[in-house]
Design a protein around this ligand. Structure first.
Ligand code: HEM
Length: 349
């Protein structure tokens, strides 16, 4: 199974660092203003502020399977903010963050509730996987009007995940590239057909193509919003469903953040230490720190959207009478997170 490339892929021999290393880089400067929220008052996560820890090894913008096969998946990967430390990262990240901050809570809530209701027809094995990415897609103006549209999107994102795996075959990279090409086309289409869809509108207003290196960088990072919400969003929502506390009402935002901090979302991330030759992979612990959404230049700009989506969809669930609680089965264990899985059972008996 594959891991999300936005996050860690840690090798057995990767060095692991965490909050204990904070003193080493206490005076490191974060060039990218973090989005304000309850957690940002906590001490910084020092390794993520260390300029010698980079997203990719120098001169190696693509992992081997993407380098070997090329195509649309490789092309978007090399443009994703998550994979870059170049000079354009900070200004491009700043405009993207502004666009996400400009989204209204009401729009997020309305789209998440609608996607939650549609996903409920797909049973418990589908619900937490579908809601996060379908909500972002819907906010971008993709026609997410029925279960088939959600299933199609899910299949495309799993194809991308397979193509991004450390050991991906040429065929997996090709199939992932096909999914990317289809989604890029759908997003271009939405830009013309539904420019007033909430997230499409804030992107065009605050982070339109002219604010990026080129249009390809803009479209790759627009797609990245859906991609990035997929596994991390399913992990967070899935962990919120474990146990039955949500049945009495949606958790608070603080409780969700606590869940993420306790390991119920992205647990680790990865960097390359360029002080060493060859650059050494370093795994940075996020679970158990105050930074489950990362820190420093690559801190998650989607935190508010991810929490808003989870809260609104859990609230929708809590309002449904006669729900059968989900039955957990073995989670999907990725190198950087566990995604809870549930039996393929109806929500309503
Ligand atoms: C709507 C949902 C989401 C969107 C649109 C989103 C978007 C992004 C983007 C674009 C980045 C890359 C930023 C950069 O490299 O400059 C990122 C990083 C990150 N995201 Fe999110 N994200 C979402 C959900 C989540 C969730 C649910 C989590 C789980 C806690 C999460 C955790 C992270 C972390 C830890 C990083 C930093 C990774 C690192 O520094 O290595 N994200 N996110």
């Amino acid at each position: 199974m594959t891991a999300c490339p936005f996050h860690a892929r840690h090798d057995a021999n990767a060095q692991v660092v965490g909050a204990a290393d904070a003193a080493d880089a206490a005076d490191a400067v974060d060039t990218d203003a973090p989005i304000a929220d309850a957690l940002s008052i906590d001490a910084p996560l020092a390794p993520l502020l260390d300029p010698a820890l980079r997203m990719r090894p120098p001169n190696e913008p693509l992992p081997p399977p993407l380098r070997a096969q090329g195509g649309p998946l490789a092309e978007v990967f090399s443009r994703w903010l998550r994979q870059r430390d170049d000079a354009a990262h900070a200004p491009e990240k700043a405009v993207l963050s502004r666009a996400l901050l400009a989204l209204s809570d009401d729009d997020v809530r309305a789209h998440a509730r609608r996607q939650a209701a549609i996903a409920a027809r797909g049973g418990w094995s589908h619900w937490h996987w579908a809601v996060p990415a379908s909500t972002v897609a819907s906010l971008l103006g993709l026609p997410m009007d029925d279960l088939a549209a959600q299933r199609r999107l899910h299949g495309q994102l799993r194809a991308m995940a397979a193509g991004l795996g450390a050991q991906a075959t040429g065929e997996a990279v090709r199939a992932g590239g096909e999914a990317v090409a289809t989604l890029l086309g759908a997003l271009d289409d939405a830009e013309h057909r539904a420019p007033d869809a909430p997230l499409q509108w804030t992107l065009l207003r605050h982070a339109g193509p002219s604010r990026w290196t080129d249009r390809a960088a803009f479209t790759a990072n627009r797609l990245a919003l859906i991609w990035q919400s997929h596994e991390a969003g399913a992990a967070l929502l899935g962990h919120a469903l474990l146990g039955d506390s949500w049945m009495g009402g949606a958790p608070t935002r603080e409780a969700l953040l606590r869940l993420a901090r306790d390991g119920g979302a992205v647990r680790v991330t990865r960097r390359f230490d360029v002080r060493q030759q060859p650059p050494a992979p370093v795994t940075v612990q996020l679970a158990g720190t105050d930074h489950p959404f990362g820190d420093g230049a690559h801190r998650c700009p989607g935190q508010g959207l991810a929490l808003g989506t989870s809260l609104a969809s859990l609230q929708w669930l809590a309002e449904q009478p006669g729900l059968r609680p989900p039955t957990a089965v073995a989670p999907l264990a990725l190198p950087n997170m566990d995604i809870p899985q549930f039996k393929d059972e109806e929500l309503f008996p």
